[in-house]
Ligand binder design. Structure first.
Ligand code: PNS
Length: 155
């Protein structure tokens, strides 16, 4: 099975990496997809996020990286993904994810699979990383090594 794992990844966190790692073992192919979230202004450019994800994805032979604007369901169908994969940090994530899964199914018949965060990853988010960095804190507990050179100069 080929799954499309979409997100803002602004920046990628250890929580995202853990989903990628588990998905790489479960599925034949995983495409990590940088998508636009119309509700969020972006911090890193799409190119920066793709570069960070490419460096991370180099850990596994069956994980690729792509990006695109517009409807995710259409990209998933065009890339011949069998399903969309989303991570769930907790029940709060499910409300919006349930809606998105329904819309994506209505749009393209695309199914969404959910992978729950393991203990230790449920509290990590990209917005938390941005906030810690802005306030001068240490972000190494939350992000993979590969992202550090690309976000070092950012606040
Ligand atoms: O990491 P995020 O911000 O939770 O990811 C959300 C994202 C980018 C996957 C979502 O906003 C999305 O699918 N955007 C693409 C536009 C789209 O298809 N919107 C309708 C989805 S119901």
């Amino acid at each position: 099975m080929h799954v499309l794992y979409p997100g803002s990844f602004d920046p990628p966190t250890l929580g995202h990496v853990h989903v990628m790692e588990r998905a790489s073992r479960l599925f034949k192919k995983v495409t990590v997809f940088v998508a636009m979230n119309p509700e969020k202004a972006s911090w890193c450019t799409v190119e920066e996020r793709e570069e960070m994800l490419r460096r991370i994805a180099a850990r596994w032979r069956n994980v690729a990286v792509s990006s695109g604007q517009g409807l995710l369901a259409e990209h998933a169908a065009a890339l011949k993904a069998d399903a969309i994969l989303k991570g769930l940090r907790g029940p709060a994530d499910l409300e919006m994810e349930h809606q998105m899964a329904s819309v994506n199914h209505l749009l393209c018949g695309m199914e969404t699979l959910f992978m729950v965060a393991h203990e230790g990853y449920a509290h990590t988010s990209s917005s938390l990383v941005r906030q810690v960095l802005r306030l001068g804190g240490e972000i190494r507990p939350f992000v993979p090594e590969e992202v550090l050179p690309l976000i070092a100069g950012k606040r």
